[in-house]
Design a binder for this molecule. Sequence first.
Ligand code: BES
Ligand code: ZN
Ligand code: ZN
Length: 474
Amino acid sequence: MNIKLVKDCQKFDLELIVLNSLKKVNKKDKNLLKLSGFTAQENKSSFLSCNKKYYVGASSLKGEDLKIAFSNAIKSLKQFNATIIKISLNIDNKEYKLEELVEGLLLGSYEFNKYKSKKKEKKLDILIDIKNSSKTLQELEKSLRQAVSICSSVNLARDIVNTTPEDYYPKIMANDARKISKNNSLECKVFGEDYLLKNGMNAMLSVGRASRHESQLIHIIYKPKKDTKRKIVIVGKGLTYDSGGLSLKSSEGMLSMKCDKSGGSTVLGVMNTLKDLNCPYEVHGIVGAVENMIGGDAYKPDDVLKAKNGTTIEVRNTDAEGRLVLADCLCYAQDEIKNIDYIFDIATLTGACLIALGEYTTGVMGHSEKLKTKIAKAGEKSGELVAFLPYNRYLFDLIRSQVADISNTSSSRAGGTITASMFLDKFIKKENKKKWLHFDIAGPAYKEKSWGYNPYGASGAGVRLILSFIENLK
Ligand code: BES
Ligand code: ZN
Ligand code: ZN
């Protein structure tokens, strides 16, 4: 899909009009629309062949409502043979926000066709008529460029997550990190298992031991043109497959576990857009890319592992592997990067998060209320749903171990998302406690159904949320 801003729209096959009321529609169209049974509500649409206008209903003309309406519109337009579609930015003195319109179109029209033998690729030109817009062409062009960049990074994260575990293993993830870095002039370091061994990263190393694919620690660095003192670190769980290990998942539970690289994919997506947004801060993206498999060399329940910061961990369940990988990656980040301002980790960490919050919401945990408020704002602005889960002293008792410093599994399923986060907290240095947040995206990262402007499969959860947090810092 190609989106262009035009001042006067000459040639088009079809005009798309999204509206939430029929009030200002001209009399002739209104009568025809009424006749066709069209009400200007979400999920309603009507095509007037006499003047080539396609009307689509919306709950309102802003935010998520607008994105969903444009997403519905572009999906239903696939049945038409139109290749040039006109949209007017200003309809009846109400102006669509360009970024929201573009997100609706680009995120809503995403399809993952990599494994289809017959690919249905249709060329589509979207001409956005800005004639009556209150903004300057320059402002609008900047908004368009940035929105397109953000959406292509969300769609990149979706592509990565949707790719099969046979085709997408840690070294492929490392190659993607290199490609993204090259395209955006970022620094990229990749470390293999020798490095993990030499640097005492035994928690991460153990998780990947039974895999035929070597684990990779990926570190991408974005530095702004002007020197900055502010540093943001984002660590992602990149389990290219999670079979559960010897604490093997059920066949049902294992299905879709290619999604366990979602956190790492989000990190790659974020790093892919910082340059386009002209981000004024130094940003570090770190991914622990590992495959959790079974075999004679697999790590075992009962093992005790020593993490990079010396903490010993009793393994009581090899399916609680994400926290082991993140523990070492968080240690690496804090050892290598000094004077951090914000450190986030993002992961499909616990099934319990879906139970707690429902499948659309990211669970956020941490010690700083101020930082959580910033994330709540980024959630509202980006449209990603977030909710905050609270710590308490009693829950911490559940991850105590009789044999090591800490257990990787809580003694109770209740509060499993919070206890997982408390485990990670053990690997956060004192000086970084208030700078750290943990994001559990097990719910929204992947679904076998489409929702809003998210497709079947991966959603790219977290990319827009984190980018909008960074943008709001200005
Ligand atoms: N990757 C899973 C969590 C998950 C579940 C992500 C469903 C997406 C959808 C994680 O590694 C896991 O298996 N967690 C266990 C932890 C338990 C063993 C303490 C879980 O949630 O059951
Ligand atoms: Zn697991
Ligand atoms: Zn996992």
